[in-house]
Design a protein around this ligand. Sequence first.
Ligand SMILES: [Zn+2]
Length: 103
Amino acid sequence: MEFRNYMEELVMEILDDVLRGKKEFCSCERCRLDTIALTLNHLPAKYCVTDAGRAYTKLKTTELQFRTDVVREIVEALKVVRADPRHKQPSAADNRNQSTDDR
Ligand SMILES: [Zn+2]
């Protein structure tokens, strides 16, 4: 068994949906992760204990209650990230730049 923040799953899932519909936002990994972190900071954590997926399934039924809030926060976070993107190159955001940050 383990603790999971259910909001993490929900934000990642919904972000993909939102990005599919809004091509004006960058969907590179850096911007996605920044958006997820920003969104999660604005939402209450929803911890649950997963026991082979059973508690998780039960929480799925309450998903709709959060969904509207999550979508709103994601869109706000996307705007913040777009205004000040941390990716290095819009088109070269794949693998090449990763070695600049090792300590
Ligand atoms: Zn980006």
